[in-house]
Design a protein around this ligand. Sequence first.
Ligand SMILES: [Zn+2]
Length: 212
Amino acid sequence: MMDLHREIIKTGKLMVKQGLVASTWGNISVKLSDDEILVTPSGMEYSKLKPSDLVLVNLEGQILEGCRKPSSELPLHLAFYKYRKDINAVVHTHSIYASAYAALRKPIPPLIEDMAMVIGGPVNVASYALPGTKELAQNAVEALGDKGAVLLANHGVIGVGSTLAEAYKACLLAEKTAHISLAAQIMGEPVALNSEEVKIMREAYLTSYGQK
Ligand SMILES: [Zn+2]
């Protein structure tokens, strides 16, 4: 159990180091059981987090363990776990290029194969709602569908996955693809993978990629 606490803190530090968030922004949660979610605390520096700073809550957001206030985006995290049973981790970042797409309220197209595999199509944009609201949570799950990431309009990125590493990878690849998209548009007209190609790659990734 403590290993998971450490993995969350490690991922938080990595988010800052890799420039996906600044300072205390962004948040991370992991599902421990059907009704137990471990989430990062509100407004604390990742570099100073101790395992005891993480907060254990149930699916209704009631605190089961911990003395910190949970992330202000907790309703968003809980909505994803309620929406899809295959989601075991949620990572939220404010990375630059993906956020530029969020500001344009335009989906990030599936331009690159690794992103197509991990996210499974374009990163769609959830309709705008104020941070921390139930409305934002509802808009976000609707825009996510069966994919691995979603953009929050004028805000940032959410990555989801069967593990914390997968959810983090989704955030990283959304950012990488948004960056590539900008470079490619400066050089010419990028060609996105079509939905059939994305589907085949996504299925192969989920069933046979790596050392399964
Ligand atoms: Zn945020």
